[in-house]
Design a binder for this molecule. Structure first.
Ligand SMILES: [Zn+2]
Ligand SMILES: [Zn+2]
Length: 286
């Protein structure tokens, strides 16, 4: 499956492909014990730490597989938290991707000029996925140990069941179904659809981008970020409860950064058009 990489257009260089990772097609993730071990300790790490935050901006978070896996591990395994759900919610994930949405929106809004010839380069990572990197160097001391000696094998089985992630996707599918990146969506005709909805991979493949499209995408990312901030606060002791539009925000954010393969797999039959409940005129025939 090289289709996605072949569409990266003028951004395509072997070095960048390595950094970019590969979009995951609709299907289960099937995480390995080692991946869950790494991600579980990443969930417990301090992502607000300044130097780690800079690295995570350079890599645009995690690669597509590990971005979704990060959310899955947190949502499936985190038992207790503040807010209405009291756990099984993407708290760390929303904090990280809130920051990255702003980072990318700022980059896309930048004026192109001598310093920033191609503002859309902000869509392409300049550093490796941290989890891929840690998995590639398993001899580092300390990494073989699960967080607080937790039983990572049992946690892996639990994470791969995707119970709570599926619930989140099914609860929100009516709101995100018609915001899926048209190039990620096997149900959408190729090349059709609103380019503002493209994920960062497929958007980078269309570069150089017209200024108007860059600003429109930046506006969309800021709008998602606003809802996601509300969602983050709803998971604390002081925040007001989140509604459906806030609950769907993290799926839209990860869809942008990591493609739509997992939610499409969990909540839709990708060959069918899913009209949003309460929306008018969404039937696409077929
Ligand atoms: Zn990775
Ligand atoms: Zn896409």
């Amino acid at each position: 499956m090289t289709g996605n990489q072949g569409r990266l257009g003028f951004f395509e260089t072997p070095q960048r492909d390595r950094l970019t990772g590969v979009l995951v097609p609709p299907g289960p993730l099937e995480l390995s014990v080692e991946e869950v071990r790494q991600l579980w300790s990443f969930v417990h790490g301090d992502i607000m730490d300044g130097s780690l935050r800079r690295l995570l901006r350079a890599s645009l978070g995690l690669c597509p597989r590990h971005a979704w896996a990060y959310a899955v591990v947190e949502v499936e395994l985190w038992q207790a938290g503040a807010g209405a759900r009291g756990g099984h919610q993407p708290f760390d994930v929303t904090i990280l991707y809130e920051d990255l949405l702003e980072h990318v929106a700022d980059g896309l809004d930048r004026k192109s000029g001598l310093l920033h010839r191609h503002p859309e380069e902000v869509l392409v990572p300049v550093g490796p996925c941290r989890i891929c990197q840690d998995l590639a160097s398993p001899d580092l001391p300390g990494l073989r140990m699960g967080y607080a000696n937790s039983n990572t094998e049992a946690l892996t089985v639990e994470a791969n069941a995707l119970v709570h992630t599926t619930t989140w996707c099914l609860e929100t599918v009516g709101l995100w179904r018609d915001r899926v990146c048209p190039d990620c969506d096997p149900g959408a005709p190729e090349g059709a659809g609103d380019p503002v909805l493209l994920c960062r991979f497929h958007l980078a493949g269309r570069g150089p981008l017209p200024e108007q499209l860059r600003h429109a995408v930046a506006g969309r990312l800021r709008e998602i970020r606003g809802r996601m901030r509300h969602l983050t606060e709803s998971m604390t002791d002081y925040g007001s409860p989140a509604g459906a539009v806030e609950n769907t925000s993290w799926i839209e954010a990860l869809g942008f950064f990591a493609g739509w393969g997992l939610p499409l797999y969990l909540a839709t039959d990708p060959r069918e058009a899913w009209p949003a409940p309460g929306s008018q005129g969404t039937e696409q025939g077929g």
